[in-house]
Structure formats: structure tokens, C-alpha cells
Design a protein around this ligand. Sequence first.
Ligand code: 5AD
Length: 340
Amino acid sequence: MDKETILSWLKEEDPKRLEKLWQEADEVRARCVGDEVHLRGLIEISNYCINRCYYCGINRDIRTLARYRMTEEEIMAVVREIVKRGYGTVVLQSGEDPGIKRTWMSELIRRIKGETPLAVTLSLGERNVGDFAAWRKAGADRYLLKFETSNRYLYRYLHPPRQGEEIDRLILLEELSSLGYEVGSGIMVGLPGQTYEDLYEDLSIFRRLDLDMIGIGPFIPHPKTPLGCHPDWLSRSEVPNTDLMTCKVIALTRLLCPMANIPSTTALATVNPASGRILGLERGANVIMPNFTPIKYRKLYDIYPRPQETAPGGEDPLSIILSLGRRPGKGPGNRRRQIF
Ligand code: 5AD
């Protein structure tokens, strides 16, 4: 697909013509990764963060937010619940928390790998290569690190650097890949100031990095953050932060990276609670990541405003999957290398 075609799909508004994009994405999804929808149990293990990302509701400047870090025993209890549900993967996610020590994390990973059949995905932000290597050695299978936007100016604006250091996430992704991790990344859609050209570049990077997992969610303003305080910035944006726009990017990602694991994200389900999750799965996605964070911590992992779920695992993912004529994935759900 050439640049003009991609840009014109990104700008397409006609629902009839878009049907063709949805159909193509769904066909490629079915042919290349099949009808299995992989379930990943998400545990948000700490909301401490040393970063000041202007969009994020757990950034360190939000002093009123109570901070938590789950204990090993608390995490293991949730891990056992995820195993009981028959899931193949646990995702351990946190803010950028230096209180999560290399050895503590290694022990936790060893324990999960020793006591359960789960694949372990880490999503703990920017860490040094020593940490990445130790955790890989301890048995971690995958690492998620979104580059958020390929627009360097926008990225720098949204992520004020700490003490002058600037970390290139694309380099970290290469490092993770050479350590043998399956590597995931992704972006937000509809950031203030983001352009269609930027989204085209994001898609090109997905393809160039040959990513195993690609997470795409709409930007959701959080009232306590610098971006959330200036809603007028959004109305001036070229790219809307809507479910439709997000679905276009998901569908194009499926066409450009046919074998990647692509989640129908919680952020998408947040902007369209009635059918966001389903639309994602119908338009290219093949993964769901139900939230297993204990309720008492969940409201504190306040990256963006989201409805309070009451049950562990939230909305019933199994009934969504079956209603679409698909089936829950068996085993760890690694990225396929070949069309089966
Ligand atoms: N809207 C949408 N996604 C957000 N994230 C953080 N804040 C927001 C927001 N306001 C996503 C980012 C980040 C992850 C922690 O959550 O993509 O990588």
C-alpha cells in the first residue's frame, strides 16, 4: 500500500467506502492469525511514576493521587486467578517505578514461570539494558513499550525529559528484540497536534520494526493533566480522538503487519463502551487484555478516566468472543511467524 492510499484511508469519512477497509482488515486477520482471540490477564502492579507525561493521570506531578505497589503475594494471588480462568498470558504493567528493583522483579518472574504455565509480558516503561537482560534471563517472554507518536517534536513536548536525558524508545525496542523478547509497541490516536502524516509515519514504523504486538488506543483527556486542562487544543487537532479514527488505524495496521498480535484496547472500549471492544475485533484486532488488578488499586491506576469495573476481568470477554463466531485462544498465543 502506498502513502497516498494510506493517507486517503486515514481521512476517509464515508461509511460505505470504509466498509471495504473493515472487510479487508477482517479477511487478513482471519487468514493470517485465525479466529482465535488471545486473552491476556493484566495486572497493574504499581502506579508510582517518575515521568511527567502531559496526557497521563499517574504522572508524578499529580500529588493528590495515593500511590501503591503490590506485594509479591498479592500479585501471585491474581496470577493464580488468571491461570484458573484458562488464560495463557499475564501482563505485569506499572508506571516508571524505580522502586521496582531488578532482583525483586526477577524473583517474581521466576516464581510465575516456575509455578504456572503462563507467558509473562512486562510493561514497566524505560529501564536499563541490565534490567531487560536480567528479566529475560528470569524467564520473561515479552515486553511492551509504546513509542506513543513518531512525531519527535510532539513526543518531546508531551514527555518533558528528566534531567536533560532523552531516551529513544525505538532504540530500546531494538535492544529488547535482540535480547530475544517478543516486542510490542504502539501509539495514541488523536493527540493534540498530531497529523495524518504523523499517523502514516507511525504505521511505517510498525512495519519497519516488524513488531510482534501493536497496541493502538484513542487519546483520552484526563482533567488532572496538562492536556486535559486545555480541551480547546483538541478541537484544533487534525486527527480526531474517536473510536472511528482508532479503528481506521487498527485496520491499516492489520493490513501492513498481517501477522502481528493486535489488541482491541481498553481505551477504545472506554470511548465507545457499548461496542468499542467488538468493533476492534471486527476490524483487525485479535487480542483482549482483561483487567485483573484488585479493585482497591484499580481506581488508583488512573492513567485516563475509565468506567469502574466491578468484577475481576471486567466485561465478559468470552461471550464477546463467541458472539463474533470466534474462539478463545489456547496456550500462550505467541506471534505467528507463518500463515498456518
Ligand atoms: N489517553 C489514552 N491513553 C493513555 N495512556 C496514558 N494516558 C493516556 C490517555 N490520557 C496510555 C499510553 C501509555 C499507557 C500507559 O497508557 O499509551 O503508554
